[in-house]
Design a protein around this ligand. Structure first.
Ligand SMILES: [Zn+2]
Length: 147
């Protein structure tokens, strides 16, 4: 969706809180213990307790809780490392994307960190449709999305 995000891989909640405060992040968690911390209860650190284990239900909850615009700047950040993607001309990605893709696509984005190349292929189209469906479902019955 284009929102700057990171996955906390440590195991100490104190480190998670410290990192979130330092980087100005909102904590998305399934751990109700974090919600009981003074820093969260006081409102100094914003946190959302994710109710469902199902991503199709989690996303509408986050969109509603944080009043996110959908789509924001979809597919502008690397899905692997969160870095801003840079535009590339076809000749710059020649030999680095499948031949069929190279024949049919003329706009590419590259991650400057991991060098992963993105293009608006069928996966991109499917993800866009999914985001739009999830955004549309946030005010209605989100269970419909999962059937
Ligand atoms: Zn990357």
């Amino acid at each position: 969706m284009g929102y700057d995000s990171t996955f906390f891989t440590g195991d100490d909640d104190t480190d998670l809180v410290r990192q979130a405060l330092a980087e100005g992040r909102v904590v998305l968690t399934r751990d109700s213990g974090i919600m009981l911390r003074r820093v969260v209860k006081s409102g100094r650190l914003k946190a959302v307790l994710i109710e469902s284990e199902v991503p199709e239900r989690q996303l509408p909850q986050v969109i509603a809780a944080l009043e996110l615009a959908v789509p924001h700047h979809p597919f502008t950040l690397c899905l692997e490392c969160n870095r801003a993607l840079e535009a590339r001309r076809p000749e710059e990605v020649a030999g680095r994307v499948p031949p069929y893709v190279f024949k049919t696509q003329n706009q590419y984005m590259e991650c400057p960190a991991c060098r992963r190349i993105y293009w608006r292929g069928s996966h991109w189209e499917a993800m866009m449709r999914r985001l739009e469906e999830l955004a549309a479902s946030r005010d209605s019955d989100t269970e419909e999305v999962c059937k």
